[in-house]
Design a protein. Structure first.
Ligand SMILES: CCCCCCCCCC(=O)SCCNC(=O)CCNC(=O)[C@H](O)C(C)(C)COP(=O)(O)OP(=O)(O)OC[C@H]1O[C@@H](n2cnc3c(N)ncnc32)[C@H](O)[C@@H]1OP(=O)(O)O
Length: 220
């Protein structure tokens, strides 16, 4: 449970997606790979030849142990194996920050996170494309919270101030309007009191989803 400090009153929030650690250890493996990701992209080293050998052996071992799950086999939104691979929220995707969202009773979805050097665009700042990607996911989660999901057809990001690395960030999003299959959402990104970026997005529930697929589980 999380408190919503900006509201002036304590409002409890629920964790949006429950992603328990995978029994295989894949979630913990992703955590360790994220540590490596940040270190390799943001540090200098004298000689990594021994570590390269170790990494190559690790990659070979994982490849041998893996039963691949080709993209064509994913056909449901929001089921655990679908969420796990997501590049923004996927607990088993080492490329994901990962963004961990909560939802408030009014439908606002919020995520607090800090992005490291592996997300750098301008020196010391978060890459604008990363901001857009996180916004897209936040708006998608706001749609899921409103139990009316769709695919992005338009995403307009306004960058108002540089988004700093290694600084607590707050993303907020909510669904604002629905007209049939068309959904509109908005969101903001703050670093402390500074508005770094805002977003407006339009989503469309695909025709094929109305044929029953939307009933497939979206956790939250
Ligand atoms: C818990 C897990 C949460 C996961 C969250 C995931 C968030 C991530 C979201 C994404 O990244 S989605 C990936 C990026 N988006 C896409 O790949 C979408 C590509 N577009 C499509 O596949 C189709 O356009 C789409 C399936 C969305 C809609 O096709 P349809 O054939 O079902 O709808 P149609 O083309 O008839 O359009 C429906 C209405 O939307 C309108 N529309 C469509 N695209 C528009 C657009 N770009 N701008 C404005 N209006 C648009 C269209 O004019 C029409 O309006 P009317 O009903 O009034 O005639």
């Amino acid at each position: 449970m999380t408190e919503q400090p900006d509201s002036g009153e304590a409002v409890s929030a629920q964790t949006f997606l429950d992603q328990p650690d995978h029994a295989s250890g894949a979630t913990e493996l992703a955590r360790q790979l994220r540590r490596i990701r940040g270190l390799v992209s943001g540090a200098d080293f004298e000689d990594l030849s021994a570590e390269i050998e170790l990494a190559r052996e690790l990659a070979d071992r994982i490849e041998n142990a893996a039963t691949p799950h080709p993209p064509a086999q994913y056909d449901s939104w929001g089921v655990p194996e679908h969420i796990a691979s997501n590049p923004v929220i996927g607990s088993r995707n080492p490329a994901a920050p990962p963004l961990d969202a909560v939802v408030f009773p009014d439908g606002t979805v919020r995520a607090d996170l800090t992005l490291g050097v592996e997300f750098q665009g301008p020196p010391g700042c978060v890459h604008g494309g990363v901001v857009a990607m996180l916004f897209d996911e936040m708006l998608g989660l706001a749609n899921a919270a409103a139990e009316h999901i769709g695919m992005t057809v338009d995403l307009q990001v306004t960058y108002s101030a540089p988004t700093p690395l290694d600084t607590p960030l707050r993303f907020e999003a909510r669904q604002e309007r629905v007209d049939g299959r068309k959904l509109w959402c908005a969101g903001t990104l703050h670093a402390g009191d500074t508005l770094c970026a805002s977003v407006r997005g339009m989503f469309v529930t695909p025709r094929w989803m109305l044929d029953g697929d939307q009933s497939k589980p979206i956790e939250g």
